[in-house]
Write a protein that binds this ligand. Structure first.
Ligand code: 2ND
Ligand code: ZN
Length: 358
């Protein structure tokens, strides 16, 4: 079969579960919003700024990678800023051929200019609605679900979990914790996770990125996470040799079909993986874990959903069959209701791939 080109990948429907709103701004938007609110940037040239984000995030450490968010969060403190960033996010994903996306952000980081938590969420939801409507009008329909993130070093997770549940019928489909992982185990937020379980709500946890198996174990066995944000370090529980041997935790994750939200480029930048070619996604796919492909932070990685897939096509020789498998895995693992997931799989994803695979 002919090698799949970048434009071919843009055309196929894709599903994205792990994308940060404050990690996906257009560089030009950062420049304009920063000027409007008087926030100083390393440079005001959009192309240079785009390169600055990628270079600064290319640090080999999650903590240093996260420092770059100071500039995006600073320009997302007003209703106008939040609305614009969310609308552009929907448009950019749709034009990249993403048909379903879950986009997350941490409302508690957007209160510096006096907005309330509810006002922050409402501004973002309105932005997604506007961007999605514009994308549909341009012939690029996209469905966006919002995840609310609590910062793991802070102490507002219960409040954010309640905020998420309060907006469950108007677009918020899940909850997450993010931020520096080492020293901030998921069990710090056990109350919030137990509350969400009592509410029959969905959540994922950033775990197994900058810290290893104990973090993944806590996320699943103590906190009850539906999915793992990254989870890439599950490979620490797999002994490779002629026949790979799974430890108890890795076997549990695979047996229970717990989705892994893998983010290849982000992992290389933070040092969680040495390179794309050596990224554990190759092994995890071969072992049939429920692997999904994600962007994490498009601005900090200078990437897109199509680019992440193109990198995997190049590194591992994947074809349309593998791309469809990743996409259906993601759609099966989404936090929207089952019938809606099924409709996207059967009416959008499978017909598009059927044409290419026939
Ligand atoms: O990959 C990540 N790991 C941990 N935290 C992250 C990652 N990407 C973004 N974040 C943080 C920084 C953002 O400000 C926050 C909410 O989106 O989540
Ligand atoms: Zn993330």
């Amino acid at each position: 079969m002919a090698v799949i080109g970048y434009e071919d990948i843009v055309r196929v429907p894709k599903a994205l579960l792990h994308d940060h709103l404050d990690g996906g701004l257009r560089p030009g938007t950062v420049v304009e919003l920063a000027e409007a609110v008087g926030h100083p940037l390393p440079t005001t040239d959009p192309d240079e700024l785009g390169r600055w984000f990628v270079a600064a995030a290319d640090s080999g450490s999650l903590e240093r990678y996260l420092e770059t968010f100071a500039h995006t969060v600073a320009v997302m403190q007003t209703v106008e800023g939040l609305h614009r960033v969310a609308a552009e996010c929907a448009l950019d994903l749709a034009h990249d051929g993403v048909v379903y996306a879950e986009v997350r952000f941490a409302p508690e980081q957007h209160l510096e200019r006096g907005l309330s938590l509810d006002e922050v969420v409402e501004a973002v939801l309105a932005g997604f609605a506007e961007g999605s409507a514009a994308a549909a009008a341009a012939g690029r329909p996209i469905r966006i679900g919002t995840l609310l993130t609590a910062m793991r070093h802070a102490a507002r997770s219960q409040e954010i979990a309640e905020l998420a549940v309060r907006h469950r019928d108007v677009g918020v489909v899940g909850f997450d914790i993010a931020g520096a992982e080492a020293g901030f185990p998921p069990t710090r937020h056990l109350d919030a996770f137990e509350y969400l379980q009592r509410e029959n709500f969905h959540f994922t946890i950033h775990a197994g990125e900058a810290f290893g198996l104990p973090s993944i174990w806590q996320a699943i066995q103590w906190c009850g996470a539906d999915r793992l944000g990254h989870g890439v370090r599950i490979v620490d529980d797999i002994t490779t040799g002629a026949e790979p041997v799974l430890g108890r935790l890795a076997a549990y994750v695979r047996d229970k079909r717990i989705p892994l939200e893998l983010c290849p480029s982000s992992n290389v930048q933070t040092g969680a993986a040495p390179s794309i070619v050596e990224h554990p996604i190759g092994l995890l796919r071969d072992l049939r874990f429920r692997v999904t492909v994600n962007t994490d932070n498009r601005l900090m990685s200078g990437t897109s959903m199509s680019r992440e897939m193109a990198l995997l096509v190049e590194a591992f020789g994947y074809g349309y069959a593998e791309l469809q498998w990743f996409t259906i895995n993601a759609m099966k693992s989404a936090f929207i209701p089952f019938d809606e997931r099924l409709a996207i799989i059967n009416e959008v994803i499978k017909p598009a791939y059927a044409k290419l695979l026939s």
